[in-house]
Design a protein around this ligand. Structure first.
Ligand code: ZN
Length: 456
């Protein structure tokens, strides 16, 4: 493949050209209530050529990989039609590398019927849990992506990207009161990560039933502690997206708000995006422009320290590439994306964080949310009141709302351990969704958070 790709690249007359070819096998199965709703598998082979001429990008996507020269010529032609300024594209040292996935149980060798029976068991556990369980939704999905990447700088990378996950949802009903319990597990280590999740199915069903009798939280301003899953969502959704340089570059208001060196939080606050942490869902050795991933501080000791770049945004803003150009598949160009985004651990224990809270809310996991510029709304999956320094009753409808910059300033304690719950799902941006990302972190304590009723 290398020879064919390099030969095609050598025929290019663009300033920069790259070819990415992918062979993707995937399978899925889904139960909705008693019914097997959807099951299937697919195999696709395709690629994309991207060429840069005078600041303009030309693309050619294809499924037939037999005539790469022609695809390169097509991409160059379209680039010439749109290019009318000076190209800005950061230099990086070209690498040649081959990354092989190490799967415990290779899900490509497991039959669809076995995959189905694993989730069928979880589904039965939910449906048989309690007579207040109205329905269930249990889904399985896997994909194995083999990527061949070459560019005109001389980089050549072969990469294997496996991902497998299960999402388990239980719905309980009592009259008009409908509550959900949700658990998911995903990872790159192999089929075994989704085996043995009977307990997760029980937990999801149990939560749906327990929430039926839990009172809604009383709206107000509270000291809130968020768990690792929710602090990961906060770091990603509320702040991480504002650190994506394509967004900053195109937005005058954000350019003013996101000035490097500006204080955004107290000294204990560090927010990091790191695509090089082993074993997480947002982890890759290289991004989709051949740039090595690395640990990037977005906020260091409370100060805005960096942002996420593609090679193009780095050059345009006079900064270094960070290894954050990612594409969800060969049909798409790489754009600036997060990898594994988190608030770094601090020095407090959970007991330290809770012991002087007279009245507060411990908010866990997440079922939904919205962000609009610096405003966010997150619906926690469930919560507990904190009363006189202790965890008290379960509450539902825990919705956290705020301005991210004010909220960052109100973070006053961060726990001393980081967890990366192996949850599924992913990030959506520019029509590319769901991109696997890592969501995790420590427990984080925030003062003066507006907690309100649930928005359905
Ligand atoms: Zn996102």
């Amino acid at each position: 493949m290398r020879e064919r790709m390099e030969k095609a690249l050598s025929s290019s007359d663009a300033e920069y050209t790259e070819i990415r070819i992918e062979n993707v096998t995937s399978s899925w199965a889904n139960f909705r209530g008693e019914d097997l709703d959807n099951i299937g598998s697919s195999r696709t082979l395709g690629g994309i050529v991207r060429a840069l001429v005078k600041g303009g990008w030309g693309y050619a996507t294809f499924n037939d990989i037999s005539d790469l020269e022609t695809r390169v010529r097509e991409a160059c032609e379209s680039a010439r039609l749109v290019g009318k300024e000076e190209s800005k594209f950061a230099e990086v040292e070209p690498v040649v590398d081959e990354i092989t996935a190490h799967l415990g149980k290779d899900f490509r060798e497991i039959s669809l019927s076995e995959k189905k029976s694993v989730i069928e068991e979880y589904n039965k556990i939910i449906l048989g849990y309690h007579d207040k369980i109205e329905t269930s939704n249990v889904g399985y999905g896997d994909s194995f992506r083999k990527v061949w990447y070459a560019n005109s700088d001389g980089a050549y990378i072969e990469d294997e990207r496996p991902d497998v996950g299960v999402a388990i949802s239980a719905t309980g009903r009592q009259g008009d009161n409908v509550q959900r319990g949700f658990e998911s597990v995903a990872g790159s280590a192999g089929f075994q990560v989704i085996e043995g999740l009977q307990e997760k199915a029980e937990v999801a069903a149990g939560r749906a039933v327990d929430l039926l009798s839990a009172p809604p939280v009383t709206g107000g301003k509270y000291t809130v502690i968020i768990n690792p899953r929710l602090s990961g969502v906060f770091a990603h959704e509320a702040f991480g997206h504002l650190s994506e340089s394509d967004f900053v570059y195109e937005n005058e208001r954000m350019k003013k708000l996101m000035v490097l060196g500006k204080r955004l939080g107290s000294d204990i606050l560090n927010i990091i995006d790191d695509g090089s942490i082993r074993g997480l869902r947002g982890t890759h050795m290289y991004d989709d422009e051949g740039v090595k991933t690395r640990k990037n501080y977005l906020i260091k000791d409370g100060i805005l320290a960096g942002r996420l770049h593609s090679r193009e945004t780095a050059a345009k803003m006079g900064e270094q590439p960070t290894g954050n150009a990612r594409a969800i598949g060969y049909q798409h160009r790489p754009i600036v994306r997060m990898t594994n985004t988190y608030i770094d651990k601090g020095a407090a224990t959970f007991e330290d964080m809770i012991k002087d809270v007279k009245l507060g809310v411990y908010a866990l996991d997440m079922v939904g949310g919205q962000t609009s510029m610096e405003m966010f709304t997150f619906s926690a999956a469930y919560g507990y009141m904190i009363r006189d320094g202790k965890i008290a009753e379960l509450v539902r409808d825990v919705v956290l709302t705020g301005n991210v910059f004010e909220t960052l300033m109100h973070i006053d304690m961060v726990s001393d351990t980081i967890e990366w719950p192996p949850v599924g799902g992913g990030c959506g941006k520019g029509g590319q969704s769901p991109l696997p990302v890592g969501l995790g972190g420590p427990c984080v304590r925030i003062q003066n958070v507006v907690v309100g009723g649930r928005q359905q």
